[in-house]
Design a protein around this ligand. Structure first.
Ligand code: IMP
Length: 210
């Protein structure tokens, strides 16, 4: 039985404004006072886990400990099976352009296209999926912190060149199954309905918020 969330305040353990906005939108019906790790000036831990869940857990634990508040962390990324699962847990790092800036997703999306071509495969229509692990950590779990972790995913196909400026990260090259447009072209409310983060969030709500 998962622990129920009954507190009034929660830290979103992320420095990524795109994620903070999406998680804020998803939490808005619950009347919780939300503050981000960035706003609190919390340090960013090194993400050295080898799964999405391990990374979400280490981020949630670090933020809960520093802020002395419950903390919700997201670790997510785009998995491309033909690239042996890359960029996967390295999705953020793939956007570090050695000849430019970090968080350069035009560079990261182009790199995906190039790497698929280098394998002699067609980038257009390549199967891919987004995964999201959400971890909720209470700093005060009796014998230490208590943590609940849930995962969600959304399957789709890649398309090039990137289309749309609504989302963030790899959204402009990802068309979810059953749709004609990319996550980048989709209204945020529509993405929130079907995304990997929405699925993980629904599971978290069922486990901890209801
Ligand atoms: P991390 O979870 O902070 O390590 O970063 C994961 C990276 O995956 C983000 O910086 C995004 O680039 C990418 N990512 C995760 N979720 C999404 C999404 O919903 N849309 C587009 N890109 C995403």
């Amino acid at each position: 039985m998962a622990r129920k969330f009954s507190e009034k305040k929660l830290v979103i353990a992320s420095h990524n404004p795109g994620k903070v906005k999406e998680i804020n939108d998803l939490l808005s019906p619950f009347g919780i006072d939300v503050v981000s790790a960035g706003e609190l000036g919390l340090p960013e831990p090194i993400e050295d886990g080898d799964t999405f869940s391990a990374n979400a857990e280490l981020k949630a634990r670090a933020a809960a400990k520093s802020a002395e508040l419950p903390a919700l962390a997201d670790d997510s990324g785009l998995v491309v099976p033909v690239l042996d699962g890359d960029p996967g847990i390295y999705s953020a790092r793939w956007a570090n352009n050695p000849n430019g800036e970090d968080k350069d997703f035009d560079y990261a999306m182009h790199k995906i296209w190039q790497e698929i071509e280098a394998k002699g495969q067609n980038p257009e229509g390549q199967p891919a999926f987004f995964t999201c692990a959400l971890s909720l950590c209470w700093p005060d779990g009796g014998n230490g912190p208590h943590i609940e972790t849930l995962e969600g995913m959304v399957q789709g196909n890649l398309t090039f060149p990137p289309r749309g400026d609504q989302g963030f990260g790899y959204d402009p090259i990802f068309i979810p199954f059953g749709e004609q447009i990319t996550f980048g072209e989709m209204e945020p409310t529509e993405k929130h309905f079907i995304s990997h983060r929405a699925e993980a969030f629904d599971k978290l709500v069922n486990a901890c918020f209801t």
